[in-house]
Design a protein around this ligand. Structure first.
Ligand code: NAD
Ligand code: 6OD
Length: 486
């Protein structure tokens, strides 16, 4: 049986004990994973601190940027290894992983190599009332050792989204991938080793959250900052853990995102875009739309068309190129999603389609599949309309006015993403600006430019990453004031 080990100070090492890495498509065992001990976390932190004082700490920006490109080259050279590992761990369709997950793994390194090379900082020529002249400018310094804790839904994409800017800024990192999807982080360690990244700069510790690697990392006094992607309530637990050592945090958390569809939309484009926004990655993208608000005169037509879309999805084996929809990540997550399907019935929903488990009569019946599902008829106060489900499911409600749609979309404690579908671009801009979210798409969804700010409001997170915003989190600014006058 394959054993996925921790990567500490440039070496692959076994942990205190092993846990199982399970294939969500059929419940089979993919690998054993070495869970890092508290002592191994101490070793990783010591190795990272030591690396900051060595060759890595002295490396100039162009050399760091060149190394990031070499890491991207390494991912691309092993594209098939990453692809197979990601598909096996997550159950996501191979066509999706080869279009989004693995390419973004490499693109994140290339993007932040460019960002760090071209980023400038403002300077001021300062003149005081009594005639003193000075030059103020700032220099960037790494934060030090950054702890990176990531989820299972886009494992390589979300890990590299944080590792790349952290390294670009000269930090050392300790990454704790999700226990559900440990494989691509381990492969990334092999790529780092082959690319010549100095020992201690990139470390991988496997394990769980509470009383395991996640908590050990967040609470460690030798870690200077934590960047985390995952559930809002885990963010709260991490905030608690970092409080005694007052670390900066960057949090990308959950969402209950809305899509607003106006009757003047381009119907086919909107239908395809919204279907993606609801069902991509089996609905397991934090940006997915679980609440659709459709202008009343389009409601019946739209519901019928989205139902047809949902029913035409190819729910299948992840490695089948024709599959559009894989299983959910785990038995536990399927139980959660199914409990919301049941709750929707109890709350009085009309189940337009789905609501159960598909039957295959083959190995997939041991996997964690659910049917793509659409509800209508729930009040805005229903738990299924308020709480993040994180599955291939949405609730569709009609609206009559623009103001009503905006008010309903904003009636949530989350604030991650939204989308607006209309051919009236003035309205598109107007509505987008009024949504209380970190990102709004108009006539598209999940179209990403890595230079733009990404993050959420409310329960959806703290801070923004992307482009120079990432640099601002992963570095400390030291302002230097030089007196120029005598
Ligand atoms: P999760 O919060 O359960 O786990 C995420 C990571 O945190 C895992 O590595 C886990 O081991 C670790 N962890 C759990 N408890 C911890 C603790 N007490 N201390 C330290 N680490 C701990 O999230 P998940 O189930 O893996 O991912 C799904 C969630 O992530 C959804 O809510 C989704 O919306 C959110 N998400 C948000 C974004 C975003 O960009 N805003 C992106 C992807 C996923
Ligand atoms: O595209 C990104 O950079 C990003 N952070 C996506 C997050 C998706 C959530 O599941």
């Amino acid at each position: 049986m394959n054993l996925l080990q921790n990567y500490i100070n440039g070496h692959f090492v076994r942990g205190a004990r092993e846990f199982a890495d399970v294939n969500p498509a059929d419940g089979s065992l993919i690998a054993e994973v070495s869970e890092a001990s508290r002592e191994q976390m101490d070793e990783a932190v010591a190795a990272a601190r030591n690396a900051l004082r060595g060759e890595w700490g002295r490396m100039a920006v162009p050399a760091r940027a060149a190394l990031l490109h070499k890491i991207a080259d390494g991912i691309e050279a092993r594209f098939q290894d990453f692809l197979h590992a990601e598909v096996a761990d997550t159950g996501k369709p191979v066509a999706l992983a080869s279009r989004i997950d693995v390419p973004r793994g490499a693109a994140n390194f290339r993007a932040f190599a460019d960002v760090i090379k071209t980023a400038g900082l403002e300077s001021f020529r300062t003149e005081t009332a009594d005639g003193v002249i000075a030059l103020n400018y700032a220099v960037r310094k790494p934060l030090g050792v950054v702890g990176i804790i990531t989820p299972w839904n886009l494992p390589l994409l979300l890990l590299t989204w944080k590792v790349a800017p952290a390294l670009a800024c000269g930090n050392c990192v300790i990454v704790k991938p999700s226990e559900e999807t440990p494989a691509t982080a381990t492969l990334l360690a092999e790529v780092m080793q082959a690319a010549g990244v100095p020992a201690g700069v990139f470390n991988v510790v496997h394990g769980f959250g509470p009383n395991s690697a996640g908590e050990f990392l967040a609470a460690h006094p030798g870690v200077d900052a934590i960047t985390f992607t995952g559930e809002s309530r885990t963010g709260a637990a991490i905030m608690h853990a970092v409080a005694p050592t007052v670390k900066p945090v960057s949090f990308e958390l959950g969402g209950k995102n809305a899509a607003i569809v106006f009757a003047d939309c381009d119907f086919d484009q909107t239908l395809n875009g919204v279907a993606d926004a609801v069902f991509l990655n089996t609905g397991q993208v934090c940006l997915c739309a679980e609440r659709l608000y459709v202008e009343r005169k389009l409601m019946d037509r739209f519901v019928t068309a989205l139902k047809q879309k949902a029913e035409s999805l190819r729910v299948g084996w992840p490695m089948d190129q024709a599959t559009t929809t894989g299983p959910l990540i785990s038995q536990g997550h399927r139980d959660k999603v199914l409990s919301y399907y049941q709750l929707a019935r109890e709350e009085g929903a009309t189940i337009v389609t789905g609501g159960g488990i598909p039957k295959f009569n083959d190995g997939r019946d041991r996997g964690f599949y659910v049917e793509p599902t659409i509800f209508t008829g729930l009040p805005e106060s229903a738990r299924c309309v308020k709480e993040e489900i994180f599955g291939p499911v949405c609730h569709i409600a009609p609206f009559d006015t623009e103001e009503e749609a905006i008010a309903k979309a904003n009636d949530t404690q989350y604030g991650l993403a939204g989308s607006v579908w209309t051919t009236n671009l003035k309205r598109g801009h107007r509505v987008a600006e009024k949504l209380r979210v970190g990102i709004t798409w108009v006539n598209c969804w999940f179209l990403r430019d890595l230079r733009t700010p990404f993050g959420g409001m409310g329960l959806s997170g703290i801070g923004r990453e992307g482009g120079v915003h990432s640099l601002n989190f992963y570095s400390e600014l030291n302002n230097i004031c030089v007196k120029l006058s005598d």
